[in-house]
Design a binder for this molecule. Structure first.
Ligand code: 2AM
Length: 505
């Protein structure tokens, strides 16, 4: 029983993310009070981790937990997203949490829940929602942290967030990755910044995850295209990804891909593990949430949605096995130069990746209008340079693009990215035609190119579409030779086909 209020921060929920975040905080010299609904989990955590620099205080109940905290109390919640978060907040409010105390939800909560919670608990406590990216290792040694909510509450937790976040080198912008238990990284620029009010932090974290979906899908398509077209072994593919990791594509996801591809199968050491993994993808929902939100806001995030659909399609494994016996593909197989295809796929990956990020940032730009946030896109790209799953050299370039022009409408229009697409697009198109001719599904490559070609088109066939809508539903159309907002309808069924102006005022 601890009766002294000397803990700097409290943490509730000691599953692996919670445990690791608590250890990360304690490694930085903060005293952490911890609580878990199942007591033996808390006790085992305390027993396994004696002598952390800041110290851990195990609490048997929430009253004890609240009493252990210095004022204003700072409580991190890392429980299962959804109703459990509200349950824990309610319990905290009944256990002595006061108006000035700060509750920070670090789980993977839906941003609309965070907006609701901030309103609902206003006056009872100060509520923040912070995205945490980087998985278990990120939480332990430095995640990318995306906090949102009341600015003054953020200022209270900022020193902790700055300490525990991943760090990037001031000059190169590259992650500093040599943290050890008890010996964290302290130098460098922290991968955290105040994102905005209410749900902004969780929103940006959600979009981060959606971009991660596309990044992963694109890498998978690159792998599959090369494997199928060139009949490469896993170890050869591993070497290709390792080589790519030295250039523009340098990123955590490319690096782990190379590592995964080189792994032999523990059950069959002569084989590669990846060749024996079931090709049926699962998901936790952030890609779907992003897609639903994009559909609600009318934003074309083609690659994001396609990456979600690609997972759904993969999960129809039994249907696919059956269909593969009946549905014919082409007989074409690539006969060209190996190195040329490898280079072209790398370009296709790079161009498609630019489109995916362009969509993600375009979506956030729209969301900030709807929610009255003032997102700093250069800062968001900066905090994604380290700690998180999409960390990559590429993000330094995105940050530079938004630093050049904070109001950049679309990332593809930035001179650097525009030039990259210009250089890579012939290869990109070649790769897609190889995929189409060979019958290899490459939905993320293909949809990214369709997005690029659609976005750069002064004219699209929506003129005909508007004609069709007016024909069957009298939905009206605008004309290119009249001011926007002037609507017309053709009386298609009458012999005279008279065009009338519709005034909606
Ligand atoms: P548990 O160990 O008692 O299950 C991830 O599930 C974490 O969230 C675990 O630490 C889990 O506690 C906690 N958790 C899930 N639902 C909870 C609830 N309703 N109240 C408190 N903690 C909860």
């Amino acid at each position: 029983m601890n009766s002294v209020a000397n803990a700097d921060v409290g943490l509730i929920g000691l599953a692996v993310m919670g445990e690791n975040l608590a250890l990360n905080i304690a490694d930085h010299g903060f005293k952490v009070a911890v609580f878990n609904r199942t007591q033996k989990v808390m006790q085992s955590f305390i027993d396994r981790n004696p002598g952390t620099p800041g110290g851990l205080v195990g609490c048997a109940n929430l009253h004890e937990f609240v009493s252990a905290l210095k004022r204003p109390r700072k409580v991190i919640i890392l429980v299962k997203a959804g109703p459990a978060v509200d349950t824990v907040i309610q319990e905290l409010l009944q256990s002595g949490i006061e108006t000035e105390d700060i509750i920070i939800d670090c789980g993977n909560s839906l941003w609309t829940d965070t907006i609701r919670r901030e309103k609902e608990y206003s006056g009872q406590c100060r509520f923040l929602g912070s995205g945490v990216s980087g998985g278990e290792l990120g939480a332990r040694f430095g995640p990318s942290l995306m906090p949102g909510g009341e600015f003054h509450a953020w200022k209270q937790i900022e020193p902790i967030w700055n300490s525990i976040a991943a760090k990037v080198d001031v000059k190169s912008g590259k992650p500093i990755e040599n943290a050890q238990p008890g010996n964290p990284v302290n130098e460098g620029v922290p991968c955290t910044t105040y994102i905005g009010e209410n749900g902004a932090g969780h929103y940006v974290k959600m979009v981060h995850n959606a971009i991660e979906y596309v990044d992963m899908q694109l890498i998978c398509e690159a792998y599959f295209l090369l494997k199928q077209s060139l009949n490469l072994k896993s170890i050869e593919l591993s070497e290709i990804f390792s080589e790519w990791n030295k250039g523009d594509l340098d990123s955590y996801l490319i690096q782990i891909t190379s590592d995964i591809l080189a792994q032999s199968d523990p059950f069959n050491p002569e084989e590669f593990l990846v060749d024996n993994l079931l090709d049926s993808a699962q998901q936790k929902g952030t890609g779907k949430w992003t897609s639903v939100n994009a559909l609600d806001m009318g934003m074309p995030v083609n690659s994001i949605v396609e990456a979600v659909f690609a997972r759904y399609l993969s999960s129809l494994k039994n249907e696919r096995v059956e269909a593969s016996k009946h549905l014919q593909g082409p007989t074409y197989s690539y006969q060209g130069n190996r190195n040329e295809l490898v280079r072209a796929v790398r370009e296709a990956l790079h161009c498609s990746k630019i489109c995916a990020y362009a969509q993600g940032f375009q979506l956030m730009r729209q969301a900030q209008v709807e929610h009255h946030w003032q997102l700093d896109f250069a800062a968001i790209a900066n905090i994604w340079r380290g700690g998180c799953i999409i960390r990559a050299r590429f993000l330094q370039k995105i940050s530079e693009a938004f630093t050049r022009d904070a109001k950049l409408v679309n990332l593809m229009l930035d001179p650097y990215f525009n030039e990259k697409i210009k250089q890579g697009q012939a290869s990109w198109r070649t790769v897609i035609s190889v995929a189409a001719q060979s019958g290899i599904a490459a939905p993320a490559f293909m949809s990214a190119l369709a997005y690029y070609d659609g976005y750069r088109s002064e004219f699209l066939p929506a003129n005909l579409l508007q004609g069709q809508r007016d024909y069957f539903g009298a939905h009206t159309y605008e004309r290119i030779d009249k001011p926007r907002g002037t609507f017309f309808h053709m009386d298609w069924s009458s012999a005279s086909r008279e065009q009338i102006t519709i005034d909606f005022d």
